[in-house]
Design a protein around this ligand. Sequence first.
Ligand code: ZN
Length: 176
Amino acid sequence: MALRKILTQGDPTLGKVCRPVEKFDRKLHWLLDDLKETLENAGGVGLAAPQIGILRRAVIVMDAQEQMIELVNPEIIHAEGEQEGWEGCLSVPNQYGWVTRPNSVTVRAQDRDGNFFEVSGEELVARCFCHELEHLEGHLFVEHTDGQLYSMEELDAMELEQAEARGPHRKRGKKR
Ligand code: ZN
């Protein structure tokens, strides 16, 4: 396993459509292992192969139990509801935007040996499925924002201002 460099916005690789995985061999296992190690090191909740420069349809998503799910050739087969929230990306460091996503998503994918399975997620996990799968099409979350991006420091300042306007008893939201 090896840590890989995470490409950032502006790198042309992030704008390309990824090819399906056809061989479920040792090379794919290395890729998935590297994705997991790189994600763990970066402290994110999801990572897609193009983010480390590999144009193949493979992503890692952290589930609600903080287990890493390996998704090869994933497809969204069901989505419902709606959620709004701040979203960020390891390829767009310290920039967050307000993005609307489905609240519940089911994905069909293959595991590292080629076996098909389905997995469902809600809220943050559903958001992460949508976000990571879009990377495979060459899209970034910023395309869903109104162009307004904020740093974590700016978000904290905004949150504090709102909390003060609401009064001292209001609990602050969970930071991502
Ligand atoms: Zn991302």
